[in-house]
Design a protein around this ligand. Structure first.
Ligand code: URA
Length: 438
């Protein structure tokens, strides 16, 4: 078999066999296929697509290019289940969801990512906790999942190395936005945690990877078909990203929102709806609940009786964070020296948010990355972000900026104001959860 023959077959619109796909992926992993050939292959897929069996084969072969976690011999008394989001602004769902589902009897081995560009990353949020180790040994990771029910950690180089090389070449050959390739890329990494079921959150809107509802639906359908084809029970929920999801954006700021959510101090209704929907999907897919009502009941129970918060605290400690983090988080999370309200120039209803640009305000403050290797400031970010439909004036700010200094706060304030449009009348509100595909 020759790589150029496989590229030619895809270029000519043919359906590739499992053997051809396996051969090509092995070549990506062991270096026998060149960067030029990988770029050409990606472009052929970009134009000619892939049938579902090809997507399943690509996903499985990329997943098997690295380490796949096995739970054989662990005797977990509950189902292994996880969630993945395509990424957004102010999306702290994973921080609450993992402990909530674990408190209901699920086992959640969550391998999470860092933020890049305008989107935040779960790992960066956890790294705002002093001592939290995102890279425990494989043994510790599995032991913590077994003992506590959840561990949220980072990806290692051993996970889907074929995707790492393939993605870096797609990134420079204008072939990232191909639904078969996105599907295989996301799932090859996610399924390597040895999952039995998966709830996907596919964001849609101007702050999402997929901006139109049609594209988000196509990606959701592809992910559901491929993951189920690979033997993992999966649903995909399409959720709104035409504004920040919660009240905060940043790292320590979102951690604070998550703790306040888990301890019942404050729950932003949009964030709550998405969290409950995705947790509900995880309980339904994994068989912990039989109906939506039962799932909701169980989730409310672990929020109300403090069990979800307790699991969160135990996980933080097991991964190296302070034992009393949940009680004394205010003393542990880093605080920015400058906290500044930002007011609109004229009063009105918030009618539109340029969500990508809003996310970039956090990058301007130093809380996000332009390059994967950039260091970040965990303390900075936004709080009290007002949502579409809220009336803002000289009393109610658009948000509070948390900055390292006055200069970066002033620059961020200009960007923040530019990202928010106001109207005289109450605007039409979009739903926060559009639909679930299963
Ligand atoms: N996220 C991924 O992990 N891969 C893609 O291809 C796109 C988004």
């Amino acid at each position: 078999m020759l790589p150029q023959e496989i590229i030619k077959a895809k270029r000519d619109g043919k359906t590739l066999t499992r053997e051809q796909i396996a051969y090509f992926v092995q070549g990506i992993t062991n270096g026998k296929v060149t960067n030029e050939q990988i770029g050409a292959f990606a472009m052929a897929v970009y134009f000619n697509g892939m049938a579902m069996p090809e997507r399943v084969a690509l996903t499985e072969e990329m997943m098997n290019s690295g380490r796949v976690v096995s739970w054989d011999g662990f005797d977990l008394p509950g189902p292994i289940v996880d969630k993945h989001s395509t990424g957004g602004v102010s999306d702290s769902v994973s921080l609450m969801l993992g402990p909530m589902v674990a408190a209901c009897g699920g086992y959640v081995p969550m391998i999470a990512g860092r933020g890049l560009g305008h989107t935040g990353g779960t790992l960066d949020k956890f790294e705002s906790i002093p001592g939290y180790n995102i890279q425990p040994s494989q043994e510790d990771f599995q032991r913590i999942v077994k003992e506590i029910g959840v561990a949220i950690i980072g990806q290692t180089a051993e996970i889907a190395p074929a995707d790492k090389r393939f993605y870096s070449i797609r990134d420079v050959t204008a072939t990232v936005d191909s639904i078969p390739l996105i599907t295989a890329s996301i799932l090859s990494k996610k399924l390597s945690a040895g999952l039995e079921s998966l709830a996907m959150d596919v964001k849609t809107g101007n702050g999402a990877f997929m901006t139109s509802l049609d594209d988000s639906r196509a990606l959701a359908n592809s992910i559901v078909a491929v993951a189920n084809g690979a033997g993992v029970k999966t649903s995909a929920t399409i959720t709104d990203m035409n504004q920040a999801l919660g009240d905060t954006a940043g790292n320590a700021t979102e951690m604070r929102e998550a703790i306040e959510y888990l301890t019942g101090v404050r729950r932003n209704p949009r964030l709550h709806e998405v969290t409950m929907t995705l947790c509900g999907q995880m309980l339904l897919l994994s068989g912990i609940a039989r109906t939506k009502d039962e799932a909701e009941f169980k989730l409310n129970q672990v929020l109300d009786n403090g069990k979800a918060a307790e699991v969160f605290g135990k996980m933080v400690h097991a991964l190296g964070g302070p034992a009393d983090f949940l009680e004394n988080w205010q003393g542990y999370l880093p605080k920015a020296p400058v906290v500044m309200p930002v007011y609109a120039d004229t009063p009105g209803y918030i009618s539109e948010v340029a969500t990508r640009e809003l996310g970039l305000v956090v990058v301007t403050l130093g809380g996000g990355r332009s390059n994967p290797s950039d260091a970040i400031d965990h303390a900075v970010g936004l709080t009290d972000i007002q949502q579409i439909g809220t009336y803002v004036d000289s009393e109610r700010p658009l948000a509070f900026i948390h900055a390292r200094d006055e200069v970066s706060a002033a620059a961020a304030a200009v960007e923040l104001k530019a990202s928010i449009a106001l109207s005289e009348n109450l605007p039409k509100l979009d739903p926060v959860v559009y639909e679930t595909i299963s």
